[in-house]
Design a protein around this ligand. Sequence first.
Ligand SMILES: C[S@@+](CC[C@H](N)C(=O)[O-])C[C@H]1O[C@@H](n2cnc3c(N)ncnc32)[C@H](O)[C@@H]1O
Length: 317
Amino acid sequence: MRKTLGARTLIFVCQTATDEEDNMDYSSHRSLGQAPHQVQESNRTWWEGNPMTYDWHGKNSTEPHSRKWFDEIDRSFVAASFPYLSSHRPFDRIMPETLAGKRVLEIGCGMGLHTEELVTRGAEVTAIDLTESAVRATKARLAYKGLTARVQETDAEDLPFDDGEFDLVWSWGVIHHSAHTGRIVRQIARVLAPDGETRVMVYNRESLIARLLLCRHYLLGAEFRHRTPDEVLWAHTDGYLARYYHPEQLEDMFLGFFTTAQVTVLGQDADVVPLPARLRSAPLHWLGDDRRRAAAGRRGFFLFVTAQAPLGTGARQ
Ligand SMILES: C[S@@+](CC[C@H](N)C(=O)[O-])C[C@H]1O[C@@H](n2cnc3c(N)ncnc32)[C@H](O)[C@@H]1O
């Protein structure tokens, strides 16, 4: 009886926590038969068709690219990340409080919330994205708010910037979607000043959500019959491709191009209590802020790497 109950609970959690009732396109994704050099065009097409609006359930009925539309996007983005990334202003736990006079490159600006945060902290920002839709949205956002940044359509795998041009390279949820993630890390190291720093978020292979996705689709859904575990994760995650990293692998990749690197696990409420939002508030309240943060830091979906002092010539070739 106990075993049956346990198995049913596991199936319920696997299914509800990884519920795909959202408006993303999961029909198009990479398979291992496709070599990385064949992936980038599909990566671009996927994000042109599914810009990152944080409107998973099609609830944002305001006019796209209007001021209200951006406000609604920010509300969902910031609500999802509080209290793990913010104390009093968005992302202040992970973004320097002031960036006055700093030259900052943002890779993969999407709808521009991070661009806005970087500019309002005083940075001289260059924001790039692979897609025309993200560039248009970020420019519209900045115009509404009377803010200025250089925003351009560019593939981060081949940055058109000089060696050492930036003090900080920022990227949130981008480089693991690209065909050659390692090439981007190498480019980041090249465009950073010798005392520069990068801060980058990718997905965590050891997160609870990754395990539940594998449990639901690889095991219970029997996808092991025709997909590898990586292919299962790609097929049920945003993007045409989304590499998941173990903390140690991520640190190792950055240490190939930087003198020092640190990886931390960050997470949202869904990582702490893997239930639909409407069932989450009571258990979260019961846990309290400290235990919520600690749980998110153990099993959260995001790996946040900071790396300093790019290595010299190797990275710059
Ligand atoms: C998950 S969204 C994140 C957007 C934004 N950083 C945010 O947090 O809302 C991924 C973004 O990365 C962009 N992207 C993917 N590969 C890229 C590449 N190689 N170079 C530049 N941007 C890329 C996509 O176009 C998309 O806008």
